[in-house]
Design a protein around this ligand. Structure first.
Ligand code: ATP
Length: 355
């Protein structure tokens, strides 16, 4: 794999009209249409129960869709059993053999595929090198930490050189430090191998860091597909915006010419009509001391300041509502709780979205 610098074959994935229902009332997938490009790091993001795992299991062939078509690498695999698909899965629960060594765990899948001893050894050595397992290869699984086991689970999935790797919350059991370390490692491996990764998470920060593109799911429906920046900066509806961590969402109650009325005041804004929402990203706001009049100038009072070192997060009361603002700490004066301030936002930073 890695040492010779050669790339594995990557496959595109096409899903058309995938439906899945459990029993009479639980609709897990409600018509999913999605194309994942070959070599892409693609993330399925959504809250618990939105259908992420079900979709992954259908890709793996572990679950059958009630309706729809699945094409992997140009081949219709809708009816194919798991072992006839060049797809491998890393699950959250590692499913390793605890009393076998790492080496034996890695070689197991290859042995099942009838790969000879010499080739097995070579492939295991390559992957061990790629994931930088070092002396861990001769330890038993039950002598490893959770983070180490997670890396072995990843290595074991990679050793069979699938065209597509499915990863179901592979990092969720790890503590924050180890998690961000493995995020970097996973990305590095994926880019180096050029393999197609389909990654499942409910963590929007993780999705943004890792992904080429993200699909946000809710109730078995895809809400939006796009790059991390597209999803974060221009969410198409309130669900996606909230899920991406946005709080400054205000209903447009009236439009008059180029101005709209919202709970935080009157804003000059091109798009957006009554019944839609406007999103004000906290990092796009300028904060001026005192009350200053002007277009898209919102007067308010600071009710909360969270000092984060590199920046400060503010909550500012405006009329009967409030707004969040982020201010970079460049060493100048950081306004404090109780200060009267004016928030300034430029029209092009405002995003309108549907309910
Ligand atoms: P989580 O992040 O909690 O794992 P998820 O997004 O992966 O959630 P799924 O596991 O795909 O969600 O479940 C989607 C819906 O289908 C849920 O309402 C769930 O209860 C239901 N469901 C999933 N598997 C089964 C099953 N085997 N039997 C009955 N209902 C199921």
């Amino acid at each position: 794999v890695g040492e010779r610098g050669e790339r594995l074959a990557a496959s595109s994935i096409e899903m058309k009209g995938l439906h899945k229902r459990f029993g009479n009332d639980a609709v897990a997938l409600n018509g999913v249409d999605l194309t994942i490009r070959a070599g892409e790091f693609f993330t399925l993001l959504g809250p618990s129960g939105c259908g992420k795992t079900t979709l992954l299991r259908i890709l793996a062939g572990l679950e059958e869709a009630d309706d729809g078509t699945l094409i992997i690498g140009g081949k219709d695999v809708t009816e194919e059993p798991p072992h006839r698909r060049s797809v491998n899965t890393v699950f959250q629960s590692y499913a390793l053999f605890p009393h076998l060594s790492v080496r034996e765990n890695l070689a197991f899948g290859l042995k099942m595929r009838g790969v000879g001893a010499q080739e097995r050894e070579a492939k295991v050595a390559e992957v061990a090198n790629l994931i930088q397992l070092g002396e861990l290869v001769d330890r038993r699984i039950d002598q490893l930490s959770g983070g180490q086991r997670q890396r072995i689970a990843l290595a074991r999935a990679l050793v069979c050189e699938p065209d597509v790797l499915l990863l179901d919350e592979p990092l969720s059991a790890l503590d924050a430090g180890l998690r961000s370390q493995l995020q970097v490692e996973l990305l590095r491996v994926q880019k180096r191998l050029g393999m197609t990764f389909v990654f499942v998470t409910h963590d929007q920060q993780e999705a943004m860091v890792m992904s080429d593109r993200i699909a946000v799911l809710n109730d078995g429906n895809i809400q939006q597909i796009g790059s991390p920046r597209e999803i974060y900066e221009t969410p198409i509806n309130v669900f996606v915006a909230r899920f991406m961590g946005h709080d400054n969402l205000y209903a447009i109650t009236e439009r008059e010419g180029c101005r709209v009325t919202t709970p935080v005041g009157t804003l000059e804004l091109e798009g957006g009509s009554e019944g839609e929402f406007v999103l004000i990203r906290p990092e796009t706001l300028d904060l001026k001391l005192g009350h200053v009049a002007g277009t898209n100038h919102l007067p308010g009072r600071i009710t909360e300041r969270l000092y984060r070192g590199s920046h400060a997060e503010y909550r500012i009361a405006i009329g009967a509502t409030s707004l969040q603002a982020t201010v970079n700490n460049r060493g100048h004066h950081l306004p404090d709780v109780g200060d009267e301030v004016t928030l300034v936002v430029s029209s092009e930073d405002l995003v309108t979205l549907s309910e």
